[in-house]
Design a protein around this ligand. Structure first.
Ligand code: NZQ
Ligand code: ZN
Length: 390
């Protein structure tokens, strides 16, 4: 087990009555609030009205920044920073999924940085302060409600970049599983895939003697797998939604990183796909992750993949060789993704091989020439994974 420092400062209010805590939370930080949200789902499901009632109770003055798109764009971040400066905003409040939250995070950081906020994403600058950030979550998926990352796309070259910093941890997050009842099946499925991917990126490590975190991840994965068919069948099943909502936050809140080094190649390869083709992040992961597994299996990955197959997908230890057990685990993962209504090949997303070299080059360059902690990938290997996904 590696040495580590663990601190997650985000205060979680979880459950049916979690929204009641919002006015008190807002009052801790000030009265000038920038509300950041997406294309309108929060109005359709009544969350907008509930938030406004709480803000009113806190006697807050509210500026609204709506129109956050999935795969959120830099231009809206600039708009938010301008509002923060002009209106002396004291709290940035995101209401929605990962895209609204990541936009709010970039605004909260950028408002405290003198240069171009994109510098922060390129590692060319750093901020020493951040505006307080609050979250009301409506889509369990990205884990941004409790994570230290923010992922933004710069439109001019469709460059999608993530930035991890302790400044990205929200001060508080309101998690009411009922808000996810209204999700279309596709978004529910994409969320499930992303949550599992955050667990699996950490699971596939070459660090030894990490039994506690291995077992935590396996238990969390099994919980999501068990509850997934329930929410796909019955979207308003509170208990199943609650399991998935809490799993989504724990998947990415850095607890499961402790003592180990994750992989993250699948995420980087997927970010190139969603940058160029504007697909949903979870849908892209359902294609990339199995391909990555197939690639690493014969390159030192068999042992851990076999453990995953046995402990997470119940492949019998007597199934065959280590490699055969591992391959069966990958097959069961693909079958699971398909049971959620998702596809597992690029071809089925109408994506061909034409931009594979470009995506592989960008993904590997962004990571300084080697991609992934489990099996480090160069550009040719990254290309091969995209081809395995075709
Ligand atoms: O825009 P609105 O109208 O709100 O609709 C959204 C959007 O169209 C809709 N939606 C959200 N909650 C809903 C709802 N529809 C009905 N009922 C509800 N309760 O869902 C659509 C997708 O929303 P989005 O926020 O884009 O999805 P998600 O939460 O999956 O976030 C994806 C983004 O997060 C990034 C991804 O790359 C992607 O850009 N990630 C962020 C991470 C982080 N910050 O830690 C980590 C992840 O690995 C990921 O990369
Ligand atoms: Zn993700």
């Amino acid at each position: 087990m590696k040495d580590f420092v663990f601190q997650n400062p985000t205060r979680i209010h979880f459950g049916r009555n979690a929204m009641e805590s919002l006015s008190g939370e807002v009052a801790r930080y000030g009265k000038r609030v920038l509300l950041v949200y997406g294309g309108g789902s929060i109005k359709r499901i009544g969350v907008y009205d509930a938030v406004m009632a709480q803000l009113q109770a806190a006697q807050a003055q509210v500026w609204e920044l709506s129109g956050v798109q999935p795969n959120p764009r830099l231009s809206l971040v600039y708009q938010g920073i301008t509002i923060c400066h002009e209106q002396n905003i004291e709290l940035v409040l995101a209401v929605g999924g990962g895209s609204a939250i990541d936009t709010a995070k970039a605004i909260a950081n950028g408002a405290c940085y003198d240069g171009d906020v994109w510098d922060l994403f390129e590692g060319k600058g750093s901020n020493t302060a951040v505006l307080p950030l609050g979250v009301v979550l409506t889509l369990p998926a990205a884990g941004s409600e409790m994570s230290n990352s923010s992922v933004i796309t710069r439109e001019e070259d469709m460059c999608k970049r993530g930035r991890s910093t302790p400044f990205n941890f929200p001060a508080f997050s309101i998690l009411n599983p009922e808000y996810s009842f209204s999700l279309p099946p596709f978004q529910t499925a994409c969320g499930i895939v992303d949550i599992m991917a955050h667990m699996m990126e950490r699971y596939f490590t070459m660090v030894e003697h990490v039994e506690l975190t291995d077992r935590l991840i396996e238990g969390a994965l099994k919980t999501v797998i068990n509850n997934a068919p329930i929410v796909m069948e019955k979207p308003d099943d509170y208990d199943a939604r609650a399991e998935i909502t809490w799993a989504g936050a724990l998947a990415h809140n850095t607890l499961l990183d402790t003592g180990r080094i994750g992989d993250w190649a699948s995420h980087k390869l997927e970010h190139e796909l969603s940058a160029l083709y504007d697909i949903a992040h979870g849908a892209g992961l359902a294609v990339v992750f199995p391909a990555w597994m197939k690639f690493v299996l014969p390159r030192g990955g068999a042992k851990k993949l076999a453990q995953f197959a046995i402990r997470v997908f119940d492949v019998p230890e007597t199934f065959g060789t280590e490699g055969a057990i591992a391959a069966e685990g990958i097959r069961r993962l693909e079958t699971f993704y398909r049971s959620l209504g998702l596809v597992t090949t690029l071809h089925e997303m109408d994506i061909d091989q034409s931009r594979i070299p470009e995506m592989a080059e960008r993904a590997v360059r962004m990571m300084g020439g080697k991609l992934g902690g489990f099996v480090p990938l160069d550009e040719a290997m990254a290309q091969e994974i995209y081809r395995l996904a075709l």
